[in-house]
Design a protein around this ligand. Structure first.
Ligand code: GAL
Length: 366
């Protein structure tokens, strides 16, 4: 494949060249469909380990056929201002963009770690634009749902930490101390006033226009599902905790025949692990885990074909047509991360994913 040849298939894991013949640079991304065009937003990564932090920003590409992508440039640029939360060298991951028809704004959410503090910030960043390809303007970074209790916890858990619990937690957090697993449902209570930790994330807009933010919270131990405000710029203060202590990361969501399906990963950093699919009839739950959606031989299935979930793309103009988007990370040379787009197939009304070296959209006519 070169810059002059057109793609007419997906080749998961191979280099995927844009209209300039350059490997697409949109990691941890998401795709939105707007006015007949797909837009793929993702993390722009540079070569080497330095590429694991944000040196450039969020890259956007456009396509009408999902195979051939045009470089539309940097949608959200990191800042040269050292005091900006998105200053160059911050960590800016898993950007997702949705369109708000009432405000006519494109709204981007991402996981943000301010520069120099590793992954301790656990913030959500928000940016907006008038045009789909940007430029997006940074609005705010915060921990979601400050001052709100989860909807699905018993009344006795809706209280701040006692001094004893605070002391216990401080001991757990000591460097070299025990593995920080928090069996006491303690972190969301600690974070009530200042907002909940938020790392790996996705956005989902439901049929009624309500938007939801799924994020790995409570030191990644528990997923939160949080409704966004009507303008999509803030948390609405309505959220639930799901799968406490199960460490779901990399959430990706789809709705099929009235049910919500979540594909997520386990928690092992850049190293791949076993995916999980979960189902719910209501977005706020109850949610049920159904096991590993990947089908095929041993290790490939155990490590999600050597990748981690990122997004589920709903193919326009077809029914039951969804693409599982995943990243094969390369933390030693971040720019060389690969994309695995694989067709979702329903088996006994459960989404499954199998490996294909090459496939195209005619798959969905079967
Ligand atoms: C993964 C996560 C990625 C990135 C990475 C850093 O678990 O899904 O988005 O944060 O950890 O180690």
């Amino acid at each position: 494949m070169n810059s002059h040849s057109k793609n007419n298939s997906f080749r998961p894991g191979e280099l995927w060249l844009d209209n300039h013949g350059v490997h697409i640079n949109a990691h941890g991304g998401g795709v939105m469909f707007y006015a007949g065009v797909y837009y793929w937003f993702g993390e722009h990564k540079i070569a080497g380990e330095a590429g694991n932090a944000a040196q450039i920003g969020v890259h956007v590409y456009s396509s009408r056929d999902l195979y051939n992508w045009k470089d539309e440039g940097i949608a959200l640029a990191v800042s040269d201002d050292l005091h900006s939360p998105i200053t160059r060298g911050c960590i800016l991951e898993r950007p997702k963009v949705i369109y708000n028809p009432s405000t006519k704004k494109f709204v981007m959410w991402f996981h943000l770690e301010p520069k120099g503090n590793g992954y301790s910030g656990a913030l959500s960043g928000v940016a907006v634009a008038d045009n789909v390809t940007g430029p997006f303007q940074f609005v705010n970074a915060f921990r979601p749902n400050a001052g709100a209790w989860p909807q699905n916890v018993p009344a006795e858990q809706k209280c701040p930490l006692s001094p004893e619990e605070t002391a216990w937690l401080a001991q757990m957090d000591l460097p070299g101390g025990p593995v920080p697993y928090y069996p006491k449902q303690i972190l969301f209570r600690r974070d009530f006033a200042d907002g909940q930790m938020a790392r790996d994330m996705t956005l989902f807009v439901d049929d009624d226009g309500s938007a939801y933010h799924f994020y790995a919270s409570e030191a990644n131990g528990t997923l939160h599902i949080s409704k966004l405000s009507d303008d999509y710029l803030k948390s609405a203060g309505k959220f639930v905790r799901i799968f406490p202590g199960r460490f779901h990361e990399a959430p990706a969501l789809m709705k099929w025949r009235g049910k919500y399906f979540l594909i997520s990963s386990d928690c092992s950093g850049w190293a791949p692990n076993t995916a999980r699919v979960s189902v719910a009839e209501n977005i706020f739950g109850p949610w049920e885990e159904l096991g590993n959606p990947c089908l095929g031989p041993g290790e490939q299935v155990a490590n999600t074909f050597n990748s981690q979930s990122t997004f589920i793309l709903s193919v326009q103009g077809k029914t039951d047509a969804f693409i599982f988007m995943a990243d094969r990370w390369n933390p030693a040379n971040a720019i060389d991360g690969r994309y695995l787009w694989l067709p979702i197939q329903f088996k006994h009304a459960v989404p499954t994913v199998s490996r294909h070296d090459e496939w195209d959209l005619s798959f969905f006519k079967k």
